[in-house]
Design a protein. Sequence first.
Length: 186
Amino acid sequence: MEVLDYIYNRYSVRDFKSDAIPDDVLDTILEAGRLAPSGQNRQCWQFIVVTDKDIIKKIARHSFIGLINHFLSNAPVVIVACADPEKSLVLNDQPMYLVDLTLSFQQMIMAAWNYGIGSCWLGGFHEKSLKKVLNIPEQIRIVAMSPFGYPAEKKSFYSKVVSLVSSSKKRLAKEQIIHYNIWEDK
Ligand SMILES: Cc1cc2nc3c(=O)[nH]c(=O)nc-3n(C[C@H](O)[C@H](O)[C@H](O)COP(=O)(O)O)c2cc1C
């Protein structure tokens, strides 16, 4: 597959087969994140690769309210993407750790897709309690996490509802988001 094919056909996967991800494939996915660009090459990121089923279940319990995001408990791997804000740049009053981390984690997500491995960026979780579960130091922020695994043959009712509620196939039209030369009111 070419890069553009990955971009066009990627979607968030919320239903997983129980099949493990081979170690060499997982290493390649992590390497794709390691090679990402970052402001002044500060690389303020840290990733926790969780394969222990009990810890994955605990993460699922702290992933938002009720059953939302509980689906991650079915994945063979969960990666928790952390950053140290003190190590990254602030530019124009904007903290760059969010940008750095996002570039790195998205590269992992796309590298995984190359192997037919699905994922789902998760921003809904209870950071404070999750930090306790994973023994994460005070100054470190959890920016995101994602389950990784081979997509199940069929989508569950839950994931169909989530896709529907977030209109996940829809994107704003080019005319609504692209400005040529100067800002135009739209
Ligand atoms: C910052 C961010 C936070 C997200 N948080 C969640 C989440 O907590 N739970 C979830 O199921 N999906 C979450 N998503 C996935 C989005 O719902 C999904 O990317 C969007 O609906 C587009 O669908 P697609 O990824 O299938 O193209 C998140 C995505 C991003 C970028």
